[in-house]
Write a protein that binds this ligand. Structure first.
Ligand SMILES: [Zn+2]
Length: 118
């Protein structure tokens, strides 16, 4: 379950942000809506504390979630699964015999049929 920031943490984060997006190099002024983002994603063990709270505009929040958190959480899940012996069918060994062995190739230099004349 997600652990959301408390109202008090949000209030303090807003005060710290001073009305601007806290993402590096953004500095967008907050419009109608802004987000309280977990710096370390909740799914990765980030705590709902002020230190782990970033005030982001929706653009930065979307970008961070999409490019940063989602792949990391997916990776963490894969590692955890692997550790627990849960492997995906894609990575499993092929159980079938596979393809039949191809007949030996003719050498390019040997004639396909003997010359029988006209
Ligand atoms: Zn921003």
């Amino acid at each position: 379950m997600r652990r959301e920031f408390s109202k008090e943490v949000k209030r303090q984060a807003l005060k710290r942000a001073a009305g601007k997006c806290e993402a590096k190099g953004c500095g967008a002024l907050h419009g109608v809506k802004f987000h309280f983002d977990h710096v370390i994603a909740d799914g990765l063990g980030g705590e709902p504390t002020l230190d782990n709270c970033a005030v982001l505009c929706h653009v930065c929040h979307d970008e961070k979630t999409r490019k940063h958190d989602v792949p990391r959480i997916a990776k963490m899940k894969r590692i955890r699964d692997k550790h627990n012996g849960i492997t995906s069918p894609r990575g499993a060994k092929i159980q079938s015999r596979g393809f039949a062995k191809a007949p030996p190739q003719r050498k390019a230099s040997s004639p396909i049929e003997k010359w029988r004349g006209f």
